[in-house]
Design a binder for this molecule. Structure first.
Ligand code: G1P
Length: 293
């Protein structure tokens, strides 16, 4: 077994973001903010809080603004400092210092599994985390840290799961297997977006994984599946036949920010916890609700 410390994370960010058109016509969907923090920064912050040092961003054409966001912006920072706005300059600089960002281009959009495989040369032979940008998970202990702890203790790959209504299984990768305790499953089956009658359970994967590097061989052997794409879920099924794979029901609230209502939900939740915004947001909500009901 290679080293068990989780130091690297892969964040796929190559998608076209068509569910958010027209906003995503000229800017990457990852740069759309929840309040004033781009979605991708929330994801990178989770990874960094979980102890990740190197973030491998899988990008595509027209995604340069993500790289710029995690770089310094000398002109902006210098001009803020000259105007004595040191706090704001620090906000900008802090993002530049957050982590080592390594960009890898996914030249063809061949699916999530293919995007993760693009990171293989940078990850090498060590376990790593995968965080999907459409899933924002709000928790005291970062979801990725919760999974990393299971990996470090059990020496096995682990996917984060949450229970979903039977009718919603077709939106997720779904796991099946034996329950080891009420929060942990030994997985022997995974199905990508099954119809409710085909789902092996109601445990769905909302975009958090800590994986052994053996997943790369599995991805290389995985043929296109659902939607003609190389699916990470299918490669995980192969991994489960070769090595122990666990599913862990993490603690935390998940927001589906890839969906417009989920995005609004996350925006309100994050705005309401900001002391300088909370009471203003409450007043705005009251005003709108009074107008509607
Ligand atoms: C992807 C994965 C799916 C997972 C989901 C979580 O699907 O393929 O297994 O459950 O992310 O958000 P997507 O939503 O990108 O189609």
């Amino acid at each position: 077994m290679p080293s068990t410390k989780i130091r690297k994370a892969v964040i796929p960010a190559a998608g076209l973001g068509t569910r958010f058109l027209p906003a995503t016509k000229a800017i990457p969907k990852e740069m759309i903010p929840i309040v004033d923090v781009p979605m991708i920064q929330h994801i990178v912050e989770e990874a960094v809080r979980a102890g990740i040092e190197d973030v491998v961003l899988i990008t595509a054409r027209h995604k340069e603004s993500i790289e710029n966001h995690f770089d310094y912006n000398y002109e902006l920072e210098d001009s803020l400092e000259k105007k004595q706005k040191n706090d704001l300059a620090e906000v900008s600089k802090k993002i530049g210092k957050m982590c080592n960002l390594i960009s890898v281009r996914q030249k063809n959009p061949m699916g999530l599994g293919h995007a993760v495989l693009c990171a293989a040369p940078v990850i090498g032979n060590e376990p790593f985390a995968v965080l999907l940008g459409d899933d924002l998970i709000d928790s005291k202990v970062p979801c990725t840290r919760q999974l990393a702890e299971i990996y470090e203790k059990e020496g096995a790959s682990v996917v984060g799961v949450m229970e979903v209504p039977q009718a919603e299984t077709s939106k997720y990768g779904i796991v099946g297997g034996n329950m080891l305790n009420p929060k942990l499953m030994h997985v022997d089956r995974l199905v990508e977006k099954p119809s409710p009658d085909q789902a092996p359970s109601r445990w769905a994967i909302p975009g958090r994984y800590v994986l052994s590097p053996k997943i790369f061989d599995c991805l290389r052997e995985t043929k296109p599946g659902k939607g003609g794409e190389i699916q990470l879920t299918d490669a995980l099924q192969l991994l489960a036949q070769r090595e122990k794979l666990l599913a862990y029901a993490f603690e935390g609230t998940r927001y589906d920010t890839g969906d417009r209502l989920g995005f609004i939900d996350a925006t309100l939740a994050f705005a309401l916890r900001r002391p300088e915004l909370a009471s203003g947001v409450r007043d705005i909500m009251k005003k709108h609700l009074n107008g509607v009901v």
